[in-house]
Design a protein around this ligand. Sequence first.
Ligand code: GLN
Length: 188
Amino acid sequence: MLALQGGAREHLRALESAGATPVEVKKPAQLAGVDALVLPGGESTTIGKLLDRFELLEPLKERANDGMPLYGTCAGLILMANQIVGGQDAPHRLGVMDVGVRRNAYGRQVDSFESELEVKGLEASFTAVFIRAPVIERVGDGVEVLATCDEVPVLVRQGRLMASSFHPEMTGDARLHEVFVEIVRKTK
Ligand code: GLN
């Protein structure tokens, strides 16, 4: 669990209940010790700067390109995207996933909202919490859309990379963390 900024605690709890043994990653040596990484929500410009400053950005790019599974949520999705649409860029990105995202694009009056999503592979719907969320405007050919909200993709997967524009960790429902842990198990 990347723990430079943003909410790690709920993710750690969800990962534990999904059967993983999560640890916080703040330093390159800790990154070297994990099989996979969750990138939390928060502020993508800040997290990107901290990744750079703590010398995690390049090692993380290398690990990701070597096949390490990643799950990015909200700001984490922005950091994983290979394209930012619109004026609000997020420098210091990983750019490992073939999606185009627009930051803070759900509009001011609906800065935060919840939605019940039908997710491919899950039997019952999933309550998604959107907080100043990015909009996924483009998905590449190799990217599978696992859930949409008003016909816009909000949960996507590209092989061992998973990303959502919403926060999956805030409702005590660990099913998406379970999906990710399963991806990690199969990658090992
Ligand atoms: N608005 C934030 C950004 O652009 C993302 C918000 C979040 O992670 N909840 O980085």
